[in-house]
Design a binder for this molecule. Structure first.
Ligand code: NAG
Ligand code: NAG
Ligand code: NAG
Ligand code: NAG
Ligand code: NAG
Ligand code: NAG
Ligand code: NAG
Ligand code: NAG
Length: 221
């Protein structure tokens, strides 16, 4: 009697668990987005209000999921006057292709965990208040096509590792406080536009960049 009740209870729990999973999709993404929200300290336009439990996270403002699976593929929160840190949980959105956070007031460092986003094609962080160094881990985003970090307060060197981003077409890091020399970027064979003005970058640039066959626009100094 008791054991049969237990079996039924376990069965019910399993069904409930499966149902919850079907409704909520991948819990990992939900938790990642909730942590992202938790690190936002000011939201004057109230965009994050829609990020609540009454609707599925695929319906939250700025979130786009893939058609078949509940995997976040786009997070677009640009120009929302948001203030706060960028949560390291962002690294758990493993299917994200487009991450647009430009023109806000995100501060603190760019989390190293972005390096876990192997499907990321567009990463826009420009026009925020980010500081710290550019994580060399971004070089693990091997599908990156566009990387913009301009108009922040990042310091240190341009990581040499970025030179392995063979798909990268657009790289903009202008108006920061980067220093040191431009690394050998000869492998950035897709690079069409590179902007690095208003930093403290020094040294010979043509060494690496001269090899880039697709380069049509370059702004340095
Ligand atoms: C939750 O989000 C929905 C839209 O997604 C919105 O209509 C509703 O007002 C929100 N609830 C709260 C408590 O903010
Ligand atoms: C930046 O964001 C502000 C506030 O949302 C908006 O008014 C402005 O048009 C945006 N600028 C650009 C270049 O997108
Ligand atoms: C998500 O990312 C954070 C920070 O990188 C990590 O601590 C956490 O264990 C990850 N996994 C899940 C399932 O939330
Ligand atoms: C949920 O997402 C994590 C991180 O991408 C992945 O490892 C895991 O397999 C996913 N689980 C399901 C059931 O899709
Ligand atoms: C840096 O990127 C590597 C490769 O994707 C990853 O294994 C590692 O977890 C990342 N570091 C952090 C702190 O997320
Ligand atoms: C450039 O490519 C060559 C050949 O694939 C490789 O040996 C070298 O390590 C790469 N350099 C960088 C900076 O990624
Ligand atoms: C930029 O860096 C220099 C030297 O590293 C430092 O003296 C200066 O205060 C920095 N400027 C900003 C705006 O962070
Ligand atoms: C070369 O760069 C341009 C942008 O300036 C881009 O549209 C094009 O796709 C790039 N070509 C290759 C082969 O990557």
């Amino acid at each position: 009697m008791l054991s049969s009740f237990c079996i039924q209870a376990v069965f019910l729990l399993m069904c409930f668990g499966l149902a919850t999973h079907a409704i909520e999709g991948n819990e990992t993404y939900r938790l990642a987005l909730l942590d992202f929200k938790a690190k936002i300290t000011e939201d004057p336009l109230g965009i994050m209000r829609s990020w609540n439990e009454s609707v599925h996270f695929c319906q939250w403002s700025g979130v786009t999921c893939g058609r078949q699976h509940q995997k976040v593929t786009v997070l677009d929160l640009h120009s929302q006057q948001l203030v706060g840190l960028i949560s390291p949980h962002i690294g758990n959105l493993s299917f994200i292709r487009v991450l647009l956070l430009q023109n806000n007031s995100f501060n603190g460092e760019i989390p190293q965990e972005v390096g876990r986003l192997g499907r990321l094609e567009t990463l826009r962080l420009d026009s925020n208040s980010l500081d710290g160094e550019i994580p060399s881990n971004i070089s693990s985003c091997s599908n990156l096509i566009s990387l913009t970090i301009g108009f922040n307060s990042v310091v240190g060197k341009l990581p040499e590792e970025l030179g392995s981003l063979s798909m990268l077409q657009f790289l903009a890091v202008q108006r920061n406080n980067l220093s040191g020399s431009i690394p050998p970027f000869g492998n950035l064979s897709s690079l069409g536009k590179f902007s690095a003005t208003q930093n403290n970058l020094v040294g010979s640039i043509l060494d690496g960049l001269g090899l880039l066959k697709n380069l049509s626009y370059i702004a340095l100094g």
